[in-house]
Design a protein around this ligand. Structure first.
Ligand SMILES: [Zn+2]
Length: 432
């Protein structure tokens, strides 16, 4: 199976930066050509251009590698196909065929076009034009590359990875995704895990605040002035950093979920899709938070990682699971983090309730509420002395020694554990 590795292209020389920019603008020209050809055919009610026609029309007209051009044509045709399907099946969405003129478009090189040398990657630009050479040491099994702009250039590299060797167990598990608790997992063997998403939430809040401050400053300058541009760069920097940190935490969180599943021999995983919760108006502040909740990414990451671990994974609606009592089935909206049943007096963690109820919908099994659960943070938010001092008591001494074999004596000075190690593991029994 394939995964994507992301390489940031920082500190580019001005010339190379400008060159990459031009390459992306060239790719946008190909896209625009496809759009105009398609639009022409649509307006004149003639046959829509297919793969061959578009490839003929775009061939040799742009300063790009021929296969990069072909990839844009393929992407365009896939886009048309999806739009046609959506227009037929969901006319209420009023999907438009591609119409906007693009200025930039990501450039894609298929695996056979990319050349790997020692410590660098060579991306061809077509006959007679110099190739783009980037000093990145890619792994040997690297394949297709894509040049992407994401508040700064990035190279996305497709890498072949192996699936886990061991056969999956027979345990069934469900995942309830949430905004505060990123994932609540429960298995039919009585084990449960909660991974918190408060870190991600706080990062996003911090970003909103910082962007607001910079925008306020920007509003006092004239647009595109030197100071305005400087502030704009600062804004991009904030966005870039926060996005990276959020992505990192999300990967760690989903890794923890899958590791938990592997440890408890889960063979089938059900992920509840919270689609539809955002349709409700829940007020200015909560609407803002909910719109920043990226549950689609959570589902993607979990699906991908479970495939790698050979766990069969499927999604479905989670409607009504978090407002039903897992003991007596009484329905009411929960308030606060603890679910308290008004009828039978049941008490339990709110997010686990949803996860436990999902077993009934997905597998048709009525599950007993787990007696205890593991609570994990995906990673540290703050790094540096202060946070490490706060966290050290919870980290076992072995971890600290592994991280820093030479400095042992003062606990306060031990380095905060490497990002990636799950830090806080607390087993909480739940009173019944
Ligand atoms: Zn009840």
């Amino acid at each position: 199976m394939k995964t994507i590795h992301i390489y940031r292209l920082d500190h580019l020389s001005p010339a190379l930066f400008e060159h990459l920019r031009e390459v992306q603008m060239e790719a946008a020209q190909v896209w625009n050509l496809c759009v105009s050809l398609h639009k022409e055919a649509r307006m004149s009610h003639t046959r829509w251009p297919g793969r061959n026609e578009l490839q003929q029309a775009t061939k040799g007209r742009c300063a790009l590698h021929s296969q990069s051009v072909q990839m844009i044509v393929h992407a365009f045709l896939a886009n048309i196909e999806t739009t046609r399907k959506l227009r037929r099946e969901h006319p209420e969405m009023r999907m438009k065929y591609p119409w906007r003129e693009k200025r930039f478009y990501p450039v894609h090189w298929p695996a056979q076009a990319v050349a790997l040398e020692k410590g660098r990657v060579i991306l061809p630009m077509g006959r007679g034009r110099p190739s783009i050479v980037l000093p990145i040491a890619l792994p040997d099994n690297a394949g297709a590359c894509t040049l992407v702009w994401n508040y700064g250039f990035e190279l996305h590299v497709c890498v072949e990875t192996e699936q886990a060797a061991q056969a999956p167990g027979a345990v069934q598990a469900t995942v309830d995704l949430g905004e505060i608790q990123l994932a609540a997992v429960s298995t039919n063997a009585g084990k449960a895990l909660i991974v918190t998403g408060r870190g991600i939430r706080s990062l996003k809040r911090g970003r909103a605040k910082q962007i607001g401050q910079i925008t306020r400053k920007q509003s006092r300058c004239s647009k595109h002035s030197r100071r305005w541009k400087k502030l704009q760069r600062a804004k991009n920097k904030v966005c870039r950093r926060v996005e990276r940190r959020v992505r990192d935490l999300r990967h760690k969180a989903s890794r923890q979920v899958i590791d938990f599943c592997v440890k408890h021999q889960v063979g089938t995983l059900f992920i509840g899709n919270p689609h539809g919760v955002r349709n409700k108006d829940s007020g200015r502040h909560h609407n803002g938070r909910m719109s920043l909740w990226e549950y689609g990414k959570d589902i993607d990451y979990l699906t991908h990682k479970s495939t790698q671990a050979r766990i069969s994974c499927f999604t479905g609606s989670e409607r009504g699971t978090s407002s039903r009592c897992p003991r007596c089935g009484h329905k009411h909206k929960p308030k606060g983090r603890t679910w308290v049943c008004r009828k039978c007096g049941f008490r339990g963690h709110r997010d686990l309730v949803g996860s436990v109820n999902m077993h009934q919908d997905a597998f048709g099994v009525h599950l007993k509420f787990p007696r205890s659960f593991t609570y994990l943070r995906p990673g540290l938010l703050k790094t540096g002395k202060r946070s490490s001092r706060e966290d050290t008591p919870l980290v076992s001494q072995e971890t600290c020694c592994l991280e820093q074999p030479t400095a042992q004596p003062r606990i306060a000075d031990t380095v905060s554990p490497e990002i990636g190690s799950p830090v806080r593991v607390v087993q909480k029994p739940i009173p019944f």
